[in-house]
Design a protein around this ligand. Structure first.
Ligand code: HEM
Length: 147
């Protein structure tokens, strides 16, 4: 089981309690699709992903960005049981969607970049470490089904 310090718990709760899902979710997913075009292959049904402008303006991308970010609420609410929390989503991404698990890390890094930009000076080294530890657990739990 993952151990969390009080600071880590407080930091994760704080970031998500102030989260602007409608801003950050679309920004993180669209950044991932732009910076790592390979990830576009899973979103063939999302219409026009022709260039960065189209990706950023695509309402399906925006909507899915919100879905993914809200998907992390489950981990925030169950920090002591993230693996079990994501058991079903892990099966979905592996067996149904066939998403290469390396992509979870790519998306989580894009999310870190967006959060850092939004938080500015509040994104200290300690906050970064806590946030990336949290995302690492999310990524590993989503990838559990693949091992
Ligand atoms: C669907 C969460 C990463 C591809 C979903 C859904 C959630 C979710 C909650 C909706 C499931 C449902 O409808 O029951 C997450 C989380 C991620 C993540 C928390 C954290 C890293 C990724 C990545 C990719 C991906 C990196 C691909 C590069 C997809 C696709 C769908 C999906 C293709 C179905 C979309 C649709 O057609 O509606 N994900 N996901 N996911 N995810 Fe993920």
């Amino acid at each position: 089981m993952v151990e969390w310090t009080d600071f880590e718990r407080a930091t994760i709760q704080d970031i998500f309690s102030k989260m602007d899902y409608d801003d950050v979710g679309p920004a993180a997913l669209s950044r991932c699709l732009v910076v790592y075009p390979w990830t576009q292959r899973y979103f063939g049904g999302f219409g026009n992903l022709y260039n960065a402008t189209a990706i950023i303006a695509n309402p399906m991308v925006a909507n899915h960005g919100k879905v993914v970010l809200h998907g992390m609420d489950r981990a925030v609410k169950n920090m002591d049981n993230i693996k079990e929390t994501y058991a079903e989503l892990s099966v979905l991404h592996s067996e149904k969607l066939h998403v290469d698990p390396d992509n979870f890390k790519l998306l989580s890094d894009c999310l870190t970049i967006v959060i850092a930009a939004r938080m500015g000076n509040d994104f200290t080294g300690d906050v970064q470490a806590a946030f990336q530890k949290f995302l690492a657990v999310v990524v590993s739990s989503l990838g559990r089904q693949y091992h």
